[in-house]
Design a protein around this ligand. Structure first.
Ligand SMILES: NC(=O)c1ccc[n+]([C@@H]2O[C@H](COP(=O)([O-])OP(=O)(O)OC[C@H]3O[C@@H](n4cnc5c(N)ncnc54)[C@H](OP(=O)(O)O)[C@@H]3O)[C@@H](O)[C@H]2O)c1
Length: 348
């Protein structure tokens, strides 16, 4: 079920308008998160739409500093208050990081479900080993794993794991945060079908059995993405896109491997360097270890980063530098200090 992403749609009026327009246009799935700071605006959008709440699949995510059991319960209650709803259809563990401890965190999610405050338990940014541990802790597989996926990051291993274990895979950044839109393979296919590149990316994800949640603000993008449901790619198109993921290293594709830095990190990072100040801390510094293991496992040729707690920002710097390197010349100022920081923290 195609969903509407809302990360960085943080002007409340604009966010409410986007959600309302999307639902009125035909979307029935909205994705938000505690850390996006827009749950209230999303709730207002749902209330303003000509659609019953019961017909909307609403998902949110518990941030990593709220993953101790009592905080899971308390922060979810706050989310529901902000969203103006008695329950959400899906609540994710946002990252296996911070206060996350499968044996403690997941029973609290199960309690929320028992109490009727959430209908389903999801996880996000989980690798197979995290999914194994979560399944052990829950006594069942999570309903969904939300991860970055698009033609330039095809997540074959996680797709196979999801298919073998009956887990829904939900693709975030399904347009690779716009980077996929000027890929020549994608644009050629778009031209052939007289559709947009965004539609091609979304139709490819659908063909892979994955739910995509593109973020779209204005009505044009909202409608364009919805129209992807009418696009059927042929075998040749699918094969051409399949080959994209295999042939390119993350550096060549311009994307960092497997991580879109979450809002707080991105902002702090950019702010820090824009002001010429060294980047010293990150509110999600403990995200580092899953991110790092994910990078080194998937891309063994990438340099390893010293990942001790005191320099965890290296992973975020690294990921952003990789993502930005070939696509955003304007962010050179951001990349350069990141690289300097990283050069101090590489290990063999
Ligand atoms: N679980 C996680 O850790 C995690 C991480 C990242 C994202 N997410 C979720 O996934 C959602 C989507 O990912 P994302 O926001 O990172 O990136 P995305 O959906 O890949 O890309 C969003 C960008 O594409 C533009 N866009 C949307 N539709 C378009 C179209 N038809 N043609 C041209 N441009 C178009 C948007 O512009 P406009 O805004 O101007 O329309 C925006 O700049 C997020 O909003 C969030 O809900 C989750």
């Amino acid at each position: 079920m195609l969903g509407l992403g809302t990360w960085e749609n943080d002007d409340p009026a604009q966010c409410t308008e986007s959600v309302r327009n999307a639902l009125n246009a035909g979307y029935r799935h909205v994705d938000t998160a505690q850390i996006y700071g827009n749950e209230a605006a999303v709730g207002d959008g749902i209330a303003a739409a000509d659609v019953d709440r019961d017909d909307v699949f609403l998902a949110s995510k518990v941030w990593i500093d709220q993953l101790a059991p009592e905080d899971v319960i308390e922060s979810t209650r706050e989310s529901l208050d902000k969203l103006g709803t008695e329950s959400v259809d899906l609540m994710y563990v946002h990252w296996p990081a911070g206060a996350y401890d499968p044996a403690e965190t997941l029973p609290a999610f199960a309690e929320l479900r028992d109490e009727g405050l959430i209908d389903r338990i999801g996880v996000s940014n989980f690798e197979p080993e995290h999914l194994d541990a979560a399944t052990d802790a829950l006594g069942e597989t999570p309903f969904a794993n939300q991860v970055e996926m698009h033609p330039l990051l095809q997540q074959e291993e996680l797709r196979e794991y999801a298919a073998n274990n009956g887990i829904e895979l939900v693709a975030y950044s399904p347009l690779a945060r716009s980077h996929v839109l000027d890929d020549p393979v994608v644009t050629d296919i778009a031209e052939k079908h007289a559709v947009s590149a965004a539609q091609v990316s979304l139709a490819w994800l659908r063909e892979k059995g994955v739910t995509a949640i593109p973020k779209a603000t204005g009505e044009d993008h909202i409608r364009d993405n919805l129209a992807s449901l009418a696009l059927d790619l042929d075998d040749e198109d699918v094969a051409a896109i399949d080959s994209l993921g295999r042939d390119r290293s993350p550096a060549e594709s311009g994307l960092r491997p497997g991580l879109v830095a979450e809002p707080s990190t991105t902002r702090e990072f950019r702010t820090g360097f824009a002001a010429g100040a060294p980047y010293q801390s990150s509110p999600i510094s403990r995200c580092c270890s899953p991110v790092h293991s994910s990078i080194s496992k998937r891309y063994p040729r990438t340099p390893r980063i010293g990942c001790a707690a005191e320099n965890t920002f290296g992973c975020h710097a690294f990921s952003i530098a990789l993502r930005s390197s070939s696509h955003s010349p304007s962010s050179t100022a951001v990349i350069r200090p990141a690289t300097e920081t990283l050069s101090q923290s590489y290990t063999d």
